[in-house]
Design a binder for this molecule. Structure first.
Ligand code: ADP
Length: 267
């Protein structure tokens, strides 16, 4: 079971998040009306950071679950464990959020096994109920509880997708990679990089993203931040481009070299 409370380092006492559009307001309205939220967007575009920022802003505990194809309803709800004094029940992250009135964030929800939708449905509509089959409990979500799920609608998820009956229970929001000005501000805030270098990196990212290649994914804001941190500590820009922007995207040597050819136009 993979779950954690947020570990993002606060900047100036707040988890730094630079809004792309009206998503902060949208989240606040959804929260105020106790509506669940679905966030779509490519990997590394800021979904997790956004949710952490909002949980902090709203003063709610955050339970983040990175979903994977072995994740079952019991991983979310909880299970009986065996201890020195016999068996005892341990709440899963979803149950904890429901009891405490916290935010439960299920990252890459489409990866989870289908039985998880059974527990999410009554929680995600106006019943706000979590039936715990194994203990016979039926929990009504505490006031501040909010369910937030995300997925990357990239090509690999087209088949998996979310069932209409599930997705129609959520208010949905699409995030993308931030526009160049915003993305360069994020790079500067998240690393010690100088402005001119940040701008160059963002220009390179624009060219790499426009490249007509057979890559599954384009370079993310997360990778650009890695690159900015490595460059700002003095590593040669081209070496950084290779290890942060080319090699992570492809195993194919000719594709990596094609990405490096573009990088050489900038550094
Ligand atoms: P996702 O959950 O979409 O895969 P993350 O939220 O983990 O992506 O974002 C990756 C990194 O990019 C974050 O750790 C953060 O440093 C940065 N980031 C992306 N978008 C923003 C933003 N709008 N404001 C601040 N930081 C951002």
């Amino acid at each position: 079971m993979t779950f954690s409370t947020t570990s993002t380092i606060p900047i100036n006492g707040e988890i730094f998040y630079q809004p792309q559009d009206n998503e902060v307001q949208l989240f606040e309205y959804a929260y105020a009306h106790q509506l669940p939220l679905l966030i779509k967007g490519p990997t590394g575009c800021g979904k997790t950071r956004f949710v952490a920022h909002m949980a902090e802003k709203l003063g709610r505990p955050l339970y983040t679950v990175a979903c994977h194809d072995d994740l079952t309803a019991a991983d979310l709800v909880g299970r009986h464990l065996i201890g020195p004094n016999g068996t005892y029940w341990q709440d899963g992250p979803l149950t904890r959020a429901v009891r405490e009135g916290g935010i439960c964030y299920l990252d890459e929800i489409v990866e989870a096994r289908k039985d998880t939708t059974v527990v999410l449905h009554p929680l995600a509509d106006d019943r706000r109920l979590l039936p715990i089959e194994r203990t016979g409990e039926e929990l009504v979500a505490a006031e501040g509880f909010m369910l937030v799920v995300s997925y990357n609608p990239g090509y690999q998820n087209i088949l998996k997708g979310m069932k209409a009956s599930t997705r129609q229970r959520f208010v949905a929001l699409r995030l993308n990679y931030p526009d160049p000005l915003l993305e360069s501000q994020i790079l500067m805030a998240e690393s010690q990089i100088e402005q001119d270098l940040a701008v160059k990196l963002i220009e390179l990212a624009g060219s790499l993203r426009r490249l007509d290649s057979d890559l599954d994914e384009v370079v993310s804001t997360r990778l650009l931040i890695y690159a900015a941190r490595m460059m700002s500590s003095g590593m040669s820009p081209l070496a950084v481009c290779r290890c942060c922007l080319a090699e992570p995207l492809s195993d194919d040597i000719s594709t990596v070299e094609a990405l490096m050819d573009v990088a050489r136009l900038y550094f």
